[in-house]
Design a protein around this ligand. Structure first.
Ligand code: SF4
Length: 245
């Protein structure tokens, strides 16, 4: 059966239904008012236009995708069930203005919306890093969505929820993780088709260890578009496999 990918707009509850024994098993039986989290820590923001700033990271468990270059597979199944109240208190206690909610895929867990809103209410600048495979329509408009667009080279291009691009706000950012030249050219096609440059910052990121960032820099310059080359700062500063940095 063929599917019109442009019309799909998955919501977390639809995705979770009947799948709690597979990729999302870490979320099975999670009580209301809680989140399954992998870690909370303080570090430097390694990506986005906020790169280099101190940031509190809240990493949620589980992901419905399996990108070929995934650098957080440890978040797929490991995690602790923690009350949203406690996560909020721990994030605030760490003290930084900037808080990023990440994963895994953080939008899979319904309570994350409440957490983000409460962080905004407390004056925090909140980023959510999402795969682009879940609808962003219920995200608090004060939250800055860092939206991944999955390229063919990721192995998950069919998971893109294209309507998420229509919802981008000027404070959001869209990111393409590129594994080769074909991925780069595909990304430029998406950027032009959806007029992304006019709407928010567009980040071009080299899939770590798969494409030479210097080559990506050259391709980016060739386009004469105001794209922002992004290196994963945390992987340059620390061991690329280190956790909690
Ligand atoms: S969406 Fe992110 S966490 Fe999920 S498999 Fe892809 S890279 Fe990993």
């Amino acid at each position: 059966m063929t599917t019109d990918l442009e019309t799909i707009d998955w919501k977390p509850t639809e995705l979770l239904e009947g799948q709690t024994t597979g990729r999302l098993r870490a979320l099975a039986g999670k009580p209301a008012g809680t989140l399954v989290i992998h870690e909370i820590y303080r570090s430097l923001q390694g990506e986005s236009t906020f790169a280099g700033l101190p940031c509190v990271f809240v990493r949620l468990s589980a992901c419905n995708l399996r990108c070929v270059y995934c650098d957080t597979p440890h978040a797929f199944y490991q995690g602790d069930v923690v009350a949203v109240d406690e996560i909020l208190a721990r994030a605030l206690e760490l003290g930084d203005d900037l808080v990023e909610i990440t994963g895994g895929e953080p939008l899979l867990q319904h309570e994350v919306y409440d957490l983000m809103t409460r962080l905004c209410d407390r004056g925090r600048t909140v980023l959510i890093e999402t795969s682009g495979a879940i609808s962003t329509e219920s995200v608090d408009p004060r939250v800055r969505v860092i939206l991944d667009v999955k390229t063919p080279g990721s192995g998950e291009v069919e998971a893109n929820v294209w309507h998420n691009l229509d919802r981008l706000k000027s404070i959001d950012e869209v990111k393409f993780v590129v594994v080769d030249r074909a991925d780069f050219d595909w990304s430029i096609g998406v950027i032009e088709k959806h007029k992304l440059i006019e709407r928010c910052p567009v980040l071009m990121s080299a899939a770590f260890g798969r494409v030479d960032p210097t080559e990506l820099a050259a391709w980016t310059l060739e386009t004469r578009l105001p794209l922002r080359l992004q290196l994963q700062l945390h992987k340059i500063l620390w061991d690329p496999k280190a956790r909690g940095v």
